[in-house]
Structure formats: C-alpha cells, structure tokens
Write a protein that binds this ligand. Structure first.
Ligand SMILES: [Zn+2]
Length: 954
C-alpha cells in the first residue's frame, strides 16, 4: 500500500509539472530534438517571480526536464565560488552507462537556482540506440586502429602483460569504455548511439585521439584530438634575466619546485620525443630527461638553452597568474605538478609544442629556422588547455574546438599583460609575431591580419565539419572569440562582416579576463558553441557585476560586434554621464624629431583632462603628467631612442579608465639629413661698400640652406636657397647695417624601414603565405596566389621639418667714401662748371676735383684694379685697413699663416710708397703704419700678392 501511495503521489507530481513546468523558467536558448534547453534562467528582469528553490541536482533535473528511461545523474564537480554561487556539473547516464555528450551545469545562490545550462537528453530515442553492445571491445578497437593507422600504441609499447596501466595518474588502456555519444557530436537525441570509447594514445606516430566506435555496427561516430599543438610564440629567450624559484639539491641547484608552484624543467638533450635511449617507446619521456641544474642558483646556461629555460619561467608566470588573479592552483585547481620537457628531436619533437593532459612539451623548431617555442604567451596558451580540459573541456572540434583554442589565446595575452607591468600594448594582442611560421600568428585586435575571421561565419571562417582541416578550423575560427575579448577590453567602433554597426565601450583587460575565466570554468560545456559562449560570458558578467551593469552590456554588445547574438537591450549604463570609461583611442605620434614628438589622441566625450604617461621603452617606469586637451608635445627626448606613451583618465563614475593601447615611436637618428639643430658658425667677411660674404659651418648630409638677410632697419628678410655653406651678397647699400640668418630642412626618421631585417627574395625557396621578402628595393608578401607589393624600402617616410634658425649675425657695409658707386655719379660733361669736391665718371673711372685738379678716386669696374695688381680687390678675406680715410696711423689687420708678411702701399699710379716685411703670427695680426708723410689721394695696401684694400689718405 505504501508503495502504491508513493507511486500515486509521484504520478500527481508529474501531472502538475507537465502543466506548469514550461512556466517555471525562461528559456534563454532552446536545445536540440529530444534535449533540454541549452540555457535557462530564473531571475530575468521581466519576470522576477520565477524562482526555483534548490535541494539537489537530481531533484532539480527531474522537476524541470523529462527523464529518459534508465537515467542516472552523475555529479562530476561541485564548486563554490567567492560570489556565493555553488556550481554543480552533471553528467547523464543511461542504463548505468555515461552519456559522453551530456554535461549540465546548475548555478545556485542563496538556495535558489539562478540559471542552468548545457546538454541533456530528455527523450528516449527508442530506435536509435542499443542497450547493449553487439561488437566486442577488441572488434571495435580494430575499427579504431583502422582509422588511426598508428604503427604502435602506448599499451603495445610496454610489457605485454600490461593491457591496463596507469602513467602518472593517467589510465591508459586498449580496452574500450562503453558510453553513449551522438554521431559527429550532433546535439539531438536521434543521433545518440551506444559506443566504445578508445584512448588511441600512439607512439609511432606520436599522437593521442579519443575514438568512438558504434558498439553495434562498428561505425566511427566521433574522433577527438587530445594533443593541443602550439599556436603562438614570440621571442622567448629575449626577456633577459628573470627571477625564478629553484631547488637546492646537495651541492647543486635544480629547476624544480614543489611549494606554492609545482614545476620541473627537463632537458631531453636531443632525444627523440617518443622513444627513449634504448629505443623503447614511452609516454611521458621519463627515461630521456635530465633536470636542468647548475652549480649556482643563477643559471647561466647560454645559447639556445636560454630559450628553453624560458619555458620554466613562463610556467611560473602562468601559474602565478592563475593563482593570484583567478585563485586557481595549477591547471586542475588541485595544485598538481606540471613537468615541462624541452629539446627533444625527431619528427614530433622539433616543430611542436603541446599540452599532453598532464605535462607540457616545447620543441626547438629547427625545421622552421626558429628558436625554441617557449614564449610566455605560448606557455600560457598551453597551460590554459589544461585549465580547459579540467573545466568546460570543450570538444576539440569545430566551434567548441575554436572556443577551446580561443580561451588559450585569451589567457596567453593575459599572462603577458600580468607579467609585463600590466601594460596593454600592441604586443599583448599579438601572438607569434616574430615566429617565422605565419600559420602560428594571431592578432586579437585584428584577426584578419592573419587570416582569421573577426565575425562569426564571416570572412575567413572555415568549415567546422567533422573531417575538415584542422579539426574543423579550431585554430582559425578562434579569431571570432579572440576579437570579442579584445573588444571587451579596449572597446571598438565599426561594422562587422555582416554590416552590423557597433560602438562598444571597453572595460579593460582585467575585467575581460575575469569574465572569460568565469565563463570557462563555470558555464562552458563540452559541446558549447558560439551561441553558448555568448550565454556563458553574459552569465559570468551578470554574476560578477550585476544584471544592469556596464560590463554585461559590454560583453553582450561585443558578442554582437563579432556577429553572435543581438545587442544588449537592458538599462545598463557605462558612462555615468561623461566619459564612458573606455580606453582612450587613436593615440598617435607625429612631428617626430631627434629630440621631440607630438602625441595626439581622440577626445573622450565629457573628459577634458587626461593622465599622460611616457617613458623610454627600455625603462621600467613612466613619467606622468596631467594634460588638458588631446595633444601633448614632448621635447628634450634622447636621439634615436624608442619611447612609449599611454593615457588614461578618471571617469565620472569614479572609476579609472583602462590604459590606452601603448604606442611606440623612435626619435630621429643622427647623420644623413641633418640633426635638426641650428646652423652655427655664421660669419661675415669680404665686406665692401656693396657686397659681403656670409659663410657658416656646414652640416653633414645637408646640401641646401635657406639663407635670409635684410637691412637691420627693415622688417622682412630676403630669402634664397644656397647650395653649400657660403654665399656672396652683392648690390648692398653702402654703410648700412645688415642682418643675416640661416636654417635648413632636416629629415627625421619618423618611420622605420619596413624592409629592415627582411630577407631578399631567393628564387627556388619554398615560400609560404605570409612570408615577406625584399626584391629590387620593394617589400613583398606572399599571398595564396602571388606576391603582394607592400611598398618601397627605406626611411623616406620620415617627416621633413625646419631646423631652428641660426643666431642672427650683423655686419655693416663700408662707407662709400670713394664715391665710387657709379650709379649715383654723373658722367663728366665737358661744358659744365665744376667745384672742388665734385665727382664724375669718365670712361669708367671716377674722378674728384681737388685743389690740385682732378684725381682718380676709383673705378666703376673693380676688375680694373684687380688686373692692375694681379689679384682680386674683393677677395681680401680677413684683411682690413682702418680708419679709412686715414691721416696718420693706418692700422692693417690680417690673418696670416706665415711668420713674415710683406706689406706694401701703392699709389694710384702703381708706385710703391711703402714696403716692409713684418713679423706676423698664426692668426690675427695688426700692424700700424704712419701715413702722415703721404700725399692725399687713393692708395692700395697690399699684403703679399693676395690681399688688397683701397684706402684714402687725407
Ligand atoms: Zn592550442
């Protein structure tokens, strides 16, 4: 009776639930045929009445979803988090056999279920799956071997007795495990089959795949890749000396630690990855390893080894990031030891890096002419595969595989950020940017840069079908989620491949990371696709920041921006009235000189003052200043030096915006095009009544100068272009003060030579897409079909700017005491009456009427005198006579290279009236000659045969 009564009550409950069940939750996303909704929630704003008190996972599942016959609920994980949530991770079983394709998560807070999501079968697909196998495990194994085609498997490589064994906690076996799985991982009940699951861990060739064989007809239902290859590296040994933790062992130190971190680095010393020294195949290369050790705690290993030990340092940094930022201990959150192997050889040991399930391997990449693939972002990437394996465990195929890859990329970027001074620069978003293999390159800020899609099913999206390349494009379609992460962090504005316009605020990489981590560890499931990832990140943002938070708006709109789902429609507000708290964008350097630059950036609405920070790229700390406006001019910078700049600001909601992407510029170099300093050494010489020479110190690499002169009394300069460092001025006014100055156009190295470091094209080389070469002075990039011309080599793109003016010099032309300015002197007229002092021109010679009659005082043609004296009257550099006119003491100054100078005074008729050798010294000399005994008239003072000056004796 009692039993009958229970059945009746249960029956009544079923009736009640079937009447009201559909109203007990909101369906966020429907499930496939015969499956529970992929996502439901209970606290949507539009219907706060929907609640579900929680007592147990089993009761929740049976109360809310139809039950398939023979169903069991396996609780595979219970996690309590710091926000007060408890997350139950469930797996379904049918007839006691686990359903491989099922995973459901229930999220509970304060005794209420907030949401649930995953894959769960609710209908019995009567005809589509068997309850017991018809094939034996051995028969099914042969089917699996037929597709893997390995020469040797793990269980074959060991002693024949061991058909079941355990390696470092991992069970490996040739026995198939009976599971239910859907064909090709299709999430509908009609595809559900009973299958054998084989761990096809092979030694030759090295590989590991799970193969699911239909237990009735031997059909291969699904193959999942278990080895996750590298897909990112940067310069690894290039981080320079870094602190690591090592262990003292006797008199030596070893690269291992077992405290807060449990890591060890082993050198395979060139051994084949999959075979030990005696030729016996192994799993983890325990027989060929040697721990990295040193006689001192400072490991000065040198050469390529430095790159290998970078894996150890990178693992520390990644471990620390998960511990410090996400409160996760090791990949499995149980603090498990991670062994790292480097320097293996052979087909599978060279061009390779991967997470094995419990250990990591990094090859030398000799086949790619590279360095060991131990860059920080690679190590981070691989360790995150371990985190993923222990949480969402997204199937490494198609969309779920792309998400699996993307989460590794995202955390690869994050570990760079947390390690390198928490700076978001362009490098943070780039993975493998210096690796020669273009297939490894990623750019989260611009996935299309490396042929990844930035829009769901947009340009560059590749087939996700079972059997298509790269496990259904896991390393390609990851670009969509990668770009979502970038947009959430930095914000973005534009339109995607679908033409959807977006304008998303950024919330910074740290919040983006927290949301990503929570989505990975609490919401994603084995078969999650992009639509599920959208739900996952929205749930994570809601948990962390609230249903009406800016963050939930940003993650939703960023998903919309990459083509996944609709825009956010709630009330969340990001800006709080001024400044949306997204990072400053459009930061750029211009007017770059040897010691200055101008930085501009886009204005943030409502923000007028920014925190401006700059430093030498090589320095650790920034110089900070407050700037009003959107521009800052830097001066006093060091020549030919890389600088970095970033900005942030205080948002009006009281928070601080994330830093802008760090930009880098290099000040101009010395030589070749002028140093942009002012011309020096400007001097006047050869000053006559109407001419002068101005010269200056030439600048290396500069041939043309802008020369300017004017009368001192005038306002504006006369400008001319002068080749060389000297110019002769003619047509000047006599006895007039002139001013002159010089400048030039200098060429700065605003850009760098795009061809620097790029190899020349070599005919016959097997180039790959993305390879760059130089050819006949141009830069080319290999495309799928040809070579693309990327432009000319060289640094001609530098800025052309004016150097400052030289100091202004002044000089005064000689007084026209001779009156030999022919323009102002009338021609002699025979009939005229002249007075004493009158001057006339007569056949090119100038005469003055004196008491003694007409005397020659000059010539309209200075060449007349030049020829007469065998030298050029206007070519008396540094030679001067004064006063002029003179009556007694005539000073003669000159520059001399000789110990003796001959000074002569010659009258207008060519008669020498004074002739003396005087002692002179190197440089400036002045001698004094008494001319009071000479008759008044015109004389010429000569020094040697070079210098001639005209002088009037009164
Ligand atoms: Zn990967």
């Amino acid at each position: 009776m009692k039993k009958k009564l229970n059945i009746l009550i249960a029956f009544a409950m079923v009736l009640m639930l079937s009447s009201y069940g559909q109203e007990k939750y909101n369906i966020v996303q429907k499930g496939g045929d015969g499956m529970a909704p992929r996502a439901i929630d209970f606290d949507a704003a539009q219907n706060g009445a929907k609640k579900s008190s929680f007592s147990s996972p089993e009761i929740f599942m049976s109360e809310h979803f139809d039950k398939v016959p023979g169903q069991g609920v396996i609780i595979s994980e219970v996690v309590k988090d710091e926000l007060g949530f408890t997350h139950y991770r469930l797996q379904q079983s049918i007839n006691g056999i686990p359903v491989e394709s099922s995973m459901y998560l229930i999220h509970v807070k304060n005794g209420q279920v907030t949401s649930a999501n995953g894959e769960w079968f609710t209908a019995t697909p009567a005809k589509s799956f068997a309850k017991s196998s018809t094939l034996s495990s051995a028969q099914a194994l042969q089917k699996a071997k037929d597709v893997i085609k390995a020469k040797q498997y793990v269980w074959e490589a060991r002693a024949p007795r061991a058909n079941n064994k355990t390696f470092r906690g991992e069970k490996v076996s040739s026995e198939g495990e009976l599971v239910y799985i859907t064909k090709n991982n299709a999430m509908n009940a009609n595809a559900l089959r009973l299958a054998y699951k084989f761990d096809m861990y092979s030694v030759e060739p090295f590989g590991r795949k799970e193969v699911f064989v239909d237990a009735s007809n031997g059909e291969i239902l699904f193959i999942e890749e278990k080895i996750h290859h590298v897909d990112g590296t940067t310069d690894t040994g290039y981080y320079g000396p870094q602190n690591i933790t090592v262990t003292q062992n006797g008199g030596r130190y070893e690269m291992r630690q077992s405290g807060d971190r449990k890591l060890a680095l082993y050198d395979m010393q060139g051994a084949q990855l999959q075979v030990n020294a005696t030729g016996t195949a192994i799993l983890e290369p325990t027989n060929t390893r040697s721990i990295y050790s040193s006689q001192t705690k400072d490991f000065r290993i040198g050469g390529e080894q430095n790159h290998r030990t970078a894996a150890y340092w990178g693992a520390e940094k990644t471990w620390d990031m998960f511990k410090n930022e996400f409160n996760r201990s090791s990949y499995d959150n149980r603090g498990s030891n991670i062994n790292i192997y480097v320097n293996g050889a052979g087909r599978y040991g060279d061009d390779n890096a991967f997470w094995s399930g419990t250990w990591m391997y990094y090859g030398n990449t000799r086949q790619l002419q590279g360095t060991p693939v131990t860059a920080l972002d690679v190590v981070g990437h691989e360790m995150v595969h371990g985190v993923t394996q222990e949480s969402g465990a997204m199937v490494y195929q198609g969309e779920s595989g792309a998400l699996n890859e993307s989460y590794s990329d995202m955390f690869g970027s994050l570990v760079e950020y947390y390690t390198f001074n928490k700076v978001v620069d362009a490098k943070v978003w780039k993975l493998a940017d210096k690796h020669p293999d273009p297939r490894l390159k990623r750019d989260l800020s611009n996935p299309k840069q490396h042929n990844q899609p930035d829009t769901y099913r947009g340009t560059n999206w590749v087939s996700t079908a079972q059997g298509s390349a790269d496990n259904g494009g896991v390393h390609t379609n990851s670009g969509v989620m990668n770009h979502w992460f970038y947009i959430v962090s930095q914000g973005a504005k534009g339109s995607n491949d679908n033409g959807t316009a977006y304008d998303v605020e950024g919330i910074g990489i740290e919040k983006a990371g927290k949301i990503a981590y929570r989505s990975l560890t609490n919401y994603l499931t084995r078969s999650s696709k992009y639509a599920d990832a959208r739900n996952a990140v929205i749930n994570a943002a809601k948990d962390l920041y609230g249903a009406n938070s800016c963050e939930i708006k940003v993650v939703t709109n960023a998903m919309n921006a990459v083509g996944v789902g609709a825009k956010f429609t709630g009330n969340a507000n990001c800006d709080g009235g001024g400044g949306d708290c997204s990072a400053v964008s459009g930061v750029a350097a211009s007017n770059i000189t040897k010691n200055g630059a101008t930085i501009n950036w886009n204005a943030v609405t409502g923000i007028s003052t920014y925190t401006f920070e700059y430093k030498k790229a090589a320095d650790a700390s920034y110089t900070t200043s407050s700037v009003t406006g959107t521009s800052k001019t830097l001066d006093g910078l060091t020549v030919d030096t890389a600088y970095e700049v970033r900005l942030k600001y205080a948002c009006t909601n009281g928070e601080t915006a994330p830093y802008s992407t760090v930009i880098r510029f290099t000040t101009a170099t010395d030589g070749g095009g002028g140093d942009c300093n002012a011309v020096t050494g400007v001097n006047s010489s050869n000053i006559t009544i109407n001419s002068a020479t101005v010269s200056w110190t030439g600048i290396s690499g500069v041939s043309n100068y802008t020369f300017e002169y004017k009368k001192a009394a005038d306002a504006s300069y006369t400008t001319s272009t002068v080749s060389g460092a000297t110019t002769n001025l003619t047509g000047l006014a006599a006895n007039t003060k002139y001013e002159a100055r010089v400048k030039y156009t200098c060429s700065t190295d605003g850009g760098t030579d795009p061809c620097a470091g790029v190899p020349a094209y070599q005919a016959g080389n097997p180039y790959q897409v993305g390879d760059k070469v130089t050819y006949q002075g141009y830069l080319y990039e290999k495309t799928a079909t040809s070579w693309k011309n990327l432009g000319q080599c060289g640094t001609t793109g530098g800025n052309q700017i004016d150097a400052p003016y030289s100091a202004v010099i002044s000089f005064t032309t000689l007084e026209d005491t001779n009156g030999n300015n022919c323009d102002t002197i009338p021609e002699y007229q025979p009939g005229n009456t002249y007075s004493i002092g009158d001057k006339v021109k007569y056949f090119g010679t100038i005469y003055e009427l004196t008491a003694r009659g007409w005397i020659v005082i000059g010539s309209c043609d200075s060449a007349f005198f030049a020829s007469a004296f065998g030298s050029n009257l206007n070519n008396a550099t540094g030679f001067n006579v004064y006063p002029n006119p003179a009556s007694k003491d005539l000073n003669i100054s000159f520059k001399s290279l000789d110990n003796v100078s001959q000074i002569r005074i010659v009258n207008i008729l060519g008669k020498v009236v004074y002739n003396k050798e005087v002692k002179s010294t190197l440089g400036n000399n002045t001698i004094k000659v008494d001319v009071s005994g000479l008759n008044p008239g015109i004389y010429f003072v000569k020094r040697g045969n070079q210098d001639v000056k005209k002088v009037i004796i009164k």
